[in-house]
Design a protein around this ligand. Structure first.
Ligand code: PMM
Length: 285
């Protein structure tokens, strides 16, 4: 059974290939776009722009998860996120809220949001699993090993794809035990969270194994460090606003693997890349 919200998103998407989730970070310090959409009106306008470029979902977040980031207070996160969710939802846009706090997720749903995107997969806030169960909303279970300030010390794996899959399934079991239903759950391998560049490449190469777990899969590679440095000499990185093409290449990869949704900052490049991947998938070699 497909969750009714995901079914509505599929209808609104109306085309083959992954749904595109556009990112609006209402933060002063996100690594990719920190400070650009911190004003409520600018964030709302940016959400509309992403939809105009082809996003079907807009992900609104008020906490930066860049490696080393400190957390905002709950009150500050609510102040950043709720007005933006409310305005975009009122204009008929499917909004997800990128939060690790149950109280923020609840307020965002009350404001018209339809998806909870929790990068901790329900681990950071002990109240989250009960909220997921009570709300019935789709919930993104991202693979996570700890808060941003020290997560890169936890980037140790013998077989990263197998361990990430096993840890996501442990989160799923926790959520089901708390009363959530299977059709609410979306899995995300958590590219860049407690992972080195090499781990990220292994996860991208092994995406089919994540898809084979049987849940819709969301992938967030957009502008991340391993895409900044790929193909470049050590110390030479693409600037953040010059990573649309490398990100779009990973969106094409995600499309071929059967991923449900890609979370990106640069929507139009990813829409183009998905069109290419879809056209290729429709013919026999
Ligand atoms: N990455 C970031 C933030 N939220 N949510 C999901 N589900 N998956 C991700 O990979 C993810 C996320 C960090 O990127 P940003 O700070 O540029 O938004």
């Amino acid at each position: 059974m497909t969750h009714p919200v995901l079914a509505r998103i599929a209808t609104a998407h109306g085309r083959p290939g992954p749904v595109v989730m556009g990112v609006v970070n209402v933060t002063p310090d996100s690594f990719s776009d920190g400070g650009r959409w911190i004003e409520t009106d600018a964030a709302i306008a940016h959400g509309h722009q992403l939809v105009a470029e082809g996003a079907t979902v807009v992900d609104v977040g008020g906490e930066s998860t860049r490696p080393g980031a400190q957390r905002p207070s709950e009150a500050e996160e609510l102040r950043r996120v709720v007005p933006v969710v409310k305005a975009l939802a009122a204009d008929g846009i499917a909004v997800s809220v990128d939060t690790m706090r149950a109280r923020v997720a609840e307020a965002a749903l009350e404001a018209g949001g339809v998806i909870i995107n929790d990068v901790s997969g329900g681990l950071a806030d002990p109240a989250m699993p009960a909220l997921v169960a009570a709300s019935g909303a789709p919930f993104v279970v991202m693979h996570w090993r700890g808060h941003a300030h020290d997560m890169q010390t936890k980037a140790e794996y013998a077989d990263v794809v197998a361990e990430v899959c096993a840890e996501m399934i442990a989160r799923v079991d926790m959520l089901l035990a708390a009363g959530a239903s299977r059709d609410q759950l979306v899995l995300d391998p958590g590219i860049g969270f407690a992972k080195t560049a090499e781990h990220n490449w292994h996860l991208l190469a092994g995406l089919e194994r994540v898809v084979d777990l049987g849940y819709p899969v969301l992938l967030g590679t957009s502008r991340k460090g391993f895409l900044g440095s790929v193909g470049r000499a050590p110390g030479e990185e693409r600037p953040l606003d010059a990573r649309a093409v490398v990100t779009a290449a990973t969106s094409a990869r995600a499309a071929r693997a059967g991923v449900w949704c890609v979370r990106v900052h640069d929507v139009s490049a990813t829409v183009d890349a998905i069109d290419v991947a879809t056209a290729l998938g429709e013919v026999q070699p």
